[in-house]
Write a protein that binds this ligand. Structure first.
Ligand SMILES: NC(=O)C1=CN([C@@H]2O[C@H](COP(=O)(O)OP(=O)(O)OC[C@H]3O[C@@H](n4cnc5c(N)ncnc54)[C@H](OP(=O)(O)O)[C@@H]3O)[C@@H](O)[C@H]2O)C=CC1
Ligand SMILES: CC(=O)C(=O)O
Ligand SMILES: [Mg+2]
Length: 775
């Protein structure tokens, strides 16, 4: 297992390109004119503007979003002083986390310098380069000096992540854990193992939150840090020295309510844990190997609440929950430092997220109800997209309130909106769907099982544990292509096969198919021929007969043909008149849904209203609150054209059937997407902010606008998602990519789960019944 991880980690870093980072330009450099602007002579102008007013650097260069992750490699994770070069993978890792989780750019700087004062000189000299400095893995006590002097000398945030990032997450976890066990922070006893950067900062923050200092006993490698100790002491440790006869960690741990480990592997034993107080809280945070493993704790103390720094156990208390978002907030308002108010704001935001009542949207975003506040969920998971919004917002606000924001935002509400937009990029957009798909594996049939894109996608589906694939296709062809493509797929282990040329269910399928379609001109011979030759029909029959939970088809041929075949077998959902298709486009700053992009050429007002409600339900599956705009050539009655009248009528029906929906119209696309434009012409819009679901008047406009948006931007397309069917059937398009097939598989799987559980969103039938009931 360990060597498997080792090999995987080495391969991950080595291939396809060495390391984890690259630099990519944000401006075009295609023409001579670009060259003249980016470099000499044009570049002189931004230089002179900054020489005149240094604040201009924030808008003329990347500095305002650039953080230096700086180390000297003296306390690299729990690996010790392995040196600056060996620390580089960790620093590149931090850089990737900054970028992926919070859009912050990072240069990782590994310095060959152990002398704290010289280190400060080097770091301070880099101030013109950066908007902030994240000190990393510099050992105590030098790190305290480095941080203090840098903060004094520099006018940008300097933050030692191992101290304060860890402390913020620990404080949030302890605060929540105490709530779970019903203990008072003012009365608990804490034993700390490790008296370095992380441990001492955690203790300071906990004391400032009300944990009495006299209730804390700290140990390091030499045992308890007591008053009068002379071995390996420094002023920072001395602050926590207590007047006690205890000399060992075992003595300190006895009857303690909390163990805080920021030391090294295996420092806490089962025997020690056995002596702790009732319902002990154990934070074993050394990385990569904690002070004790959760399973060892459970052997002796099943009543314990356990957190580690690792991602493979529940309750990952790791500074990754904090540093990307804290810097996001600080940079966005040009904070000159990170002060106590900003840290406390981050603690509160993180703690509140785990405790927050989860709306059905958030529950869906986490793939079901599993994550509810309690012993196994004290603190949000690192992939929780809400961290980005809530922590950055809280920190930016605290910076502004405490007067350290050099560039305060005009409106905190608009700022929050901007943060929300960031997280809805594909990684986050698809994640809730992927998580839910993994929870209960569905059997997904692929009608074009011989297609190489399908085979590649199925490899990913198997690797990521998203579904149980069933390939429809000829055995020989599939086996040959798997071999040729060097895939690792194995029949029966990884996927099931339905071979149209040789399947024992042939007779059952054609007879059932004939029974469905005998009054539509399908005689037994035609039924036999269809089942022998048409894989979409086979796939749809599998779903109909319960041999598969979902169908994915459409990698070749016309959408309408696939749709006609599928809809001849799988009826519409109760209360739905017509199926429709939804496309999602995820760009850098937003997730935008378009409907109906594939199915019907024209819609009546009633049909438009119904497809809007169904599409909005689908949007909620992504954990996104739909904001719907009915798009037209006309802006709120500015033109008397049929599409405008249709949208106006549809809006009335939607308001009656789904009064809770945030929907407006009719409006032009720019009014929908740019609230400032809409507000000047129609200030009383019921839908606030930018729309994320665009309902187009007809198929042409939906498909054309979606394709233009897709081609112009660098957005990632998801879909089409077929909505309105009574079972999970999804028809993709011939241009689909492998990633697109993986995405639609997860969507089909989740759709199938909801159909099986009967948890499709409110639906039209129940809405219509309710309206009738209301009279
Ligand atoms: N989960 C998280 O988010 C984070 C976890 N950490 C982890 O915390 C640990 C310490 O990091 P950091 O504070 O930056 O490093 P420092 O080098 O500043 O401090 C390490 C401290 O741990 C003590 N220590 C080491 N091994 C043992 C042991 N076996 N028993 C008792 N004490 C021990 C050292 O004692 P002495 O002074 O006597 O050498 C020192 O006091 C690392 O494992 C790191 O991975 C750190 C930051 C964040
Ligand atoms: C997480 C981290 O920063 C550490 O273990 O050092
Ligand atoms: Mg660290």
């Amino acid at each position: 297992m360990a060597s498997d991880l080792q090999q995987k980690a080495l391969d991950y870093h080595r291939f396809p390109k060495a390391g984890k980072l690259t630099i990519s330009p944000t401006k075009p450099m295609e023409t001579q004119s670009d060259l003249a602007l980016a470099y000499s002579p044009g570049v002189a102008h931004p230089c002179l503007a900054i020489a005149e007013d240094e604040n201009q650097a924030a808008s003329l260069t990347a500095r305002g979003n650039l953080v230096g992750v700086v180390t000297n490699g003296t306390a690299v994770l729990g690996l010790g002083a392995i040196g600056p070069l060996a620390s580089k993978p960790v620093m590149e890792g931090k850089a990737v986390l900054f970028k992926k989780f919070a859009g912050v750019d990072v240069f990782d700087i590994e310095l060959n310098e152990r002398d704290p004062e010289k280190l400060v000189d080097i770091i301070a000299a880099m101030e013109p380069t950066f908007g902030g400095i994240n000190l990393e893995d510099i050992k105590a006590p030098e790190c305290f000096i480095v941080e203090k002097l840098c903060r004094e000398r520099m006018n940008i945030p300097v933050f030692h992540d191992d101290q304060h990032g860890t402390a913020i997450c620990v404080a949030a976890a302890v605060y929540n854990a105490l709530r779970v066990v019903g203990k008072d922070i003012g009365k608990v006893k804490l034993a700390a193992c490790g008296a370095g950067a992380a441990a001492l900062a955690c203790l300071k923050l906990l004391v400032s939150l009300g944990l009495p200092k006299e209730n804390i006993v700290v140990s390091d490698i030499h045992g308890v840090v007591y008053e009068g100790r002379e071995v390996e002491m420094d002023p920072y440790k001395s602050e926590f020295a207590v007047d006690t006869n205890m000399r060992t960690l075992s003595e300190a741990v006895k009857d303690a309510d909390i163990f805080l480990g920021c030391s090294g592997p295996g420092a806490l034993t089962k025997d020690m844990v056995a002596t702790m107080g009732e319902r002990p809280i154990i934070l074993a945070l050394a990385n990569p190997t904690p002070e004790i493993l959760p399973e060892e704790v459970r052997e002796v103390r099943p009543d314990a609440i356990i957190a580690t720094g690792r991602s493979d156990y529940p309750n990952q208390v790791n500074n990754v929950l904090c540093f990307p978002y804290l810097f996001r907030g600080a940079l966005d308002v040009g904070a000159t430092e990170i002060n106590e108010d900003m840290k406390i704001a981050a603690v509160k935001a993180i703690a509140d997220l785990a405790q927050a009542e989860q709306s059905d949207i958030v529950t869906k975003a986490y793939g079901g109800a599993a994550l509810s506040f309690g012993p196994e969920y004290l603190i949000p998971t690192p992939f929780d997209p809400r961290l980005y919004v809530e922590v950055a917002y809280a920190v930016a606000k605290a910076a502004m309130d405490s007067g350290v924001a050099a560039r305060p935002v005009d409106s905190l509400e608009l700022y929050r909106e901007k943060l929300r937009n960031f997280i809805y990029r594909t990684r986050f957009v698809m994640k809730p769907v992927f998580d839910k798909a993994r929870k209960q594996l569905m059997r997904v049939a692929y009608a074009e099982g011989e297609d190489e894109r399908v085979l590649s996608a199925v490899q990913t589906v198997v690797d990521e544990g998203l579904a149980l694939p069933i390939l429809v296709g000829r055995r020989k062809v599939i086996e040959f292509r798997i071999e040729k493509m060097k895939l690792r797929l194995k029949l029966d282990r990884d996927f099931q096969l339905v071979d149209p040329e040789d399947d024992p269910r042939y007779r059952e399928y054609w007879q059932a198919y004939h029974a469905i379609r005998e009054r539509e001109g399908v005689d037994p011979d035609t039924a036999r021929a269809h089942i022998r030759t048409n894989t979409t029909i086979i796939g749809a029959m599998m779903v109909h007969l319960g041999h598969a939970d979902a169908l994915v088809c459409g990698t070749y041929g016309k959408y309408s043909k696939h749709f006609n075949r599928v809809s001849g077998i799988i009826p519409l959902r109760d209360g739905v008149r017509h199926a429709s298709a939804l496309h999602l486009l995820v760009s850098n700053d937003r997730a935008l849904f378009f409907s109906d992009t594939q199915v019907r050429e024209q819609h009546t007002a009633e049909e438009l209203a119904e497809l809007t409600i169904l599409a909005a339900d689908e949007v909620k599956r992504f954990g996104i609150e739909p904001k719907v705009a009915l798009i037209s050539y006309s802006n709120f009655g500015s033109a008397d054209v049929p599409s405008a009248r249709k949208a106006q009528a549809a809006l009335k029906i939607i308001n009656r059937l789904a009064p809770e929906l945030s929907v407006e119209g009719e409006m032009k696309a720019d009014s929908a997407l740019v609230p400032e434009i809409r507000n000047t012409i129609f200030p009383n819009s019921r839908m606030e902010g930018a729309a994320n679901l665009l309902i187009m008047p007809d198929l042409d406009s939906a498909n054309i606008s979606y394709n233009i948006a897709k081609s112009l931007g660098n957005g990632i397309a998801v879909g089409p998602i077929l909505i309105g069917m009574s079972k999970s059937v999804h028809i993709t398009v011939p241009s689909v990519t492998v990633r697109g097939l993986v995405n639609i598989t997860a969507i089909a799987a989740v759709d199938a789960q909801d159909h099986q559980a009967g948890t499709m969103m409110h639906g039209l039938a129940s809405r219509k019944k309710r309206i009738k009931g209301d009279g």
